[in-house]
Write a protein that binds this ligand. Structure first.
Ligand code: E4P
Length: 214
């Protein structure tokens, strides 16, 4: 499974890249706003520090505007893919942009039916939001499983990005479902590294080593 980081923070992106596990970066307008910058500037900066796909979201809500903004974002760097919020306008824009060779990530996906339509329109990625489904009492990981199954059944090339990940268990469930990608916040990546028994084991190895030197 590919691992993307879900952030617009340059230090976090650099740090995770240094771990040797980074396959991509996803941003969204909220993550960009948190950094006090704008999408074009930040995507440009990200493209200078890592050589992986970077999702940049449009603010337009009509197909024509999404296409225009999408072309501008894609022209920043060949690694940039255009994030469009799911809807009829996004489907129309996906068709146009994908036919021009621009990769589209259809975001704010909450059902397999939405994912199916996005894939048919030519999306390179779909981003179902696991945590936000859990927030409303649904089982987000089940939607990941359904989409993965549907895409497998019909041989779609569209990759599934498990998004809105809130903890390591979401990553495990996405991986178990055969999901292509998980886009993971920095704190969850840190949680995935740790295990109390690993820490205990390291402490004991050091203790035994120190004892043997006496
Ligand atoms: C995905 O690409 C989105 O940026 C992100 O995963 C949304 O997550 P949230 O529900 O934690 O805001």
């Amino acid at each position: 499974m590919k691992i993307f980081i879900d952030t617009a923070n340059l230090d976090m992106i650099s740090e995770i890249n240094s771990w040797g596990i980074l396959d991509g970066v996803t941003t969204n307008p909220s993550l960009i706003a948190k950094e006090g910058t704008d999408t074009k500037t930040r995507v440009n900066e990200i493209a200078r520090i890592v050589d992986v796909p970077i999702s940049a979201e449009v603010m337009a809500v009509d197909a024509e505007g999404m296409v225009k903004e999408g072309r501008e974002l894609a022209s920043i760097h060949p690694n940039v893919n255009v994030k469009l919020p799911m809807g009829i306008e996004a489907l129309k824009a996906t068709k146009v942009l994908s036919s021009e060779g621009i990769d589209v990530n259809v975001t704010l996906i909450f059902s397999a039916q939405q994912a199916l339509l996005a894939a048919k329109a030519g999306a390179r990625y779909v981003s179902p939001f696991v945590g936000r489904l859990d927030d409303i009492g649904m089982y987000g990981s089940e939607v990941i499983r359904q989409i993965t199954e549907v895409f497998y059944n019909y041989g779609f090339d569209t990759e599934v990005i498990a998004a809105s990940i809130r903890g390591p268990i979401h990553v495990l469930e996405a991986a178990s479902a055969g999901c292509d990608i998980a886009t993971i916040p920095y704190n969850v990546l840190q949680q995935m590294v740790s295990h109390p028994k690993t820490d205990e084991g390291i402490r004991n190895f050091i203790k035994d080593y120190e004892k043997s030197k006496k």
